[in-house]
Design a binder for this molecule. Structure first.
Ligand SMILES: C[S@@+](CC[C@H](N)C(=O)[O-])C[C@H]1O[C@@H](n2cnc3c(N)ncnc32)[C@H](O)[C@@H]1O
Length: 192
């Protein structure tokens, strides 16, 4: 989807969710605060949650409507909000302690390119957290993009995992009001 289509989706609904994803919160809660990028931050629920815990956060998204929602939230002034396409935006090498990529769904080559570049932005020991709809969600889960070319899987994220010391690379279940959704999780750190 293009930026204009995401603007329209956000404009149709006030604040999709103000809460962080439960697994994202569980994994990040124990980390010491540092420098983070929330890539494809949308309305900034994770960026705001991290900033409230002392992180220096840059929130990047190409939807101006989504970013404006985030900017309107309490605590938003602690965050650098950047309107940019993540397929071309870049951060300095070895400048970050965390890159979070939640529910960004691009074609596989673009996904691998973005995530590979993101590993390069991490300091040694810095963390990459990727969470998104799993391919199996099409047949065994609810919601999410219905185009198989845009979905994650353990196999599709393996080339990125190969660049990391991996704590978790797996399919995970997420309870939703509509039923169980299947996500792919990649959680690892840049080798020291
Ligand atoms: C499902 S939302 C997820 C938002 C946020 N990460 C969250 O978990 O709440 C996907 C986001 O990806 C953004 N996005 C998709 N493709 C993008 C691109 N090429 N560059 C920047 N943002 C993009 C959309 O604008 C949208 O805000």
């Amino acid at each position: 989807m293009q930026a204009r289509e995401w603007d329209e989706r956000y404009a149709q609904r006030q604040q999709w969710s103000s809460e962080p994803n439960a697994l994202v919160a569980e994994l990040l809660a124990g980390l010491p605060a540092g420098d983070a990028v929330d890539l494809a931050a949308g309305e900034g629920r994770h960026a705001l949650w991290l900033a409230a815990r002392g992180w220096q956060v840059t929130a990047v998204d190409f939807s101006g409507v989504g970013l404006d929602r985030g900017r309107a939230q309490p605590g938003a002034d602690r965050i650098a909000w950047v309107a940019a396409d993540v397929t071309t935006w870049t951060a300095p090498a070895e400048s970050l302690d965390l890159v979070l990529v939640a529910y960004l769904h691009l074609a596989e080559p673009e996904t691998l390119d973005v995530l590979t570049r993101a590993v390069g932005w991490l300091r040694p020991g810095g963390r990459l957290l990727v969470l998104g709809h799993d391919l199996a969600n099409l047949t065994h889960g609810v919601s999410g993009p219905q185009d198989p070319a845009l979905l994650h899987s353990v196999q599709r994220l393996q080339p990125v995992a190969d660049l990391l010391e991996v704590d978790r690379l797996e399919q995970v279940r997420r309870e939703t009001p509509a039923g169980v959704a299947l996500d792919t999780l990649l959680w690892g750190r840049r080798p020291s």
